[in-house]
Structure formats: C-alpha cells, structure tokens
Write a protein of this length. Structure first.
Length: 133
C-alpha cells in the first residue's frame, strides 16, 4: 500500500503541476487535497490490484530505464524529452526521427515487459493439477 501511495502521490504532483483552472483558481487547500486523494487512490489500487500494479509499474520503469541508458550512448534526445516531460515544460525541442524511434521503442518494450510478466506470473494452478507424471 505504501508503494501505491507513493506512486499515486507522484502522479498527483505531476498532474497538479499542469495549469488546470480548477486547481489554480480554487481554494488554497485544493492542490494538497488533490495530491492526498491521488495518494489514497494509489494505495487502494495497490491493495486491490496488487499483481497488476506491480507488473505495470515494473515494466514501465524497466522500459524507461533501458531506453534512458541506451540514449546515453546513442544521443537521440530521449533523455531530454523525458526530463522536459517530468517537469511539465512541453517538448524539449523538435522531435527528430531518432527521438520518435526511442519513444516508440520504449512504449513497445513496456508492452513486451508487461506481456512477459503476465505470462510468467499467470494464475496459479492448484497443486492437484500442477503435478504431471
């Protein structure tokens, strides 16, 4: 639940950084309440959908980490775009073909990671049916 709360809080902080009129023009407690609500929602989702939350977050983190490490050597601009996305500055510059290829490959790698994890950690079978002679 703690990891879900941290993830929900991080998502809430990211969304609160946008220029949303309801959060900007609202009362002084609007942003903290939104972030707390997002953290609570993340905690509840982590408890209810534990396996799914773990699979999705590890696949996405692995894909971004691998793509970021690859960008250090290839210099495609992926890390610059990732940094701009995280601080809500829009695009760091014009998207080149190499940057788009890295973004698409990152998304594809995340989907492959999720599929592999769901196949490996499929629903457990009962002991009676799992024993094969």
């Amino acid at each position: 639940a703690g990891v879900g709360a941290l993830g929900g809080g991080a998502f809430g902080l990211w969304v609160a950084g946008w220029r949303i009129a309801a959060l900007e023009d609202g009362a002084a407690w609007a942003k903290p309440a939104f972030i707390a609500g997002a953290a609570l929602l993340g905690a509840v989702m982590a408890v209810v959908y534990e396996r799914v939350v773990i699979v999705v977050t590890t696949a996405m983190a692995g894909a971004v980490g691998a793509s970021s490490a690859l960008d250090v050597f290839l210099q495609t601009g992926f890390n610059d775009e990732l940094r701009a996305l995280l601080v809500n500055k829009g695009l760091a510059g014009p998207l080149t073909g190499r940057t788009m290829a890295m973004l698409v490959s990152c998304a594809a790698l995340a989907v492959v990671g999720m599929a592999c994890q769901f196949m490996v950690t499929g629903k457990p079978q009962s002991r009676r049916h799992s024993i094969q002679c």
